[in-house]
Design a protein around this ligand. Sequence first.
Ligand code: SF4
Ligand code: SF4
Length: 198
Amino acid sequence: MTEVDHPERLAEALCRLLPQTQCRQCGFDGCSQYARAIAEGRANINRCAPGGRAGVLKLAQLTGREALDIDPEYGRELPFAVARIDAARCIGCRLCDAACPVGAVSGVPKHLFAVIESSCTGCGLCVCACPVNAVDMVETGRSWTDEDAQRARAAYERNRTRRHERALRRRRALEQSTARKSDILKQALLMAQSLKKQ
Ligand code: SF4
Ligand code: SF4
């Protein structure tokens, strides 16, 4: 059995061919979800604009499907650009940081945020998230490489794990606080009942 015959292995092989910018332009929640959809026959191979024509050719070779042009409904191939935050316009709301799939934004809430250019995949999600239009995309003059894609995939996985752990910690803290409040309420009720009996 080859990797193409097994949906899980095919999805992983397809994912390795995608650019890992995690931009969601394909309509899926990141490159791995798009790869899974292709492997399961739920999506065509021409929805990844950042991967461009070269990407479609690789996907076509692996799947044996027709190498269609990029579907314009999912964007078009553009030169690689990274996000830059204008310090004069930034209000420190942190929404760009929350939107970034690879943890490429850092800063101080209520003050200023900035993009770590070497970590930016150019996905543009922070541009849409910024309520004061403080983020611009700036062309770099270079191309997105396979090494960039590998680094971006690792950063995406790390970011996802970090966010998952943070959400778990918050949920635990909320459960503990709810349990504490419920104990206090029970004690208050017991006290009120014993005062009533006196
Ligand atoms: S780079 Fe964007 S469009 Fe291409 S597969 Fe990944 S999330 Fe989808
Ligand atoms: S900084 Fe903006 S453009 Fe760059 S990876 Fe993060 S969300 Fe995408």
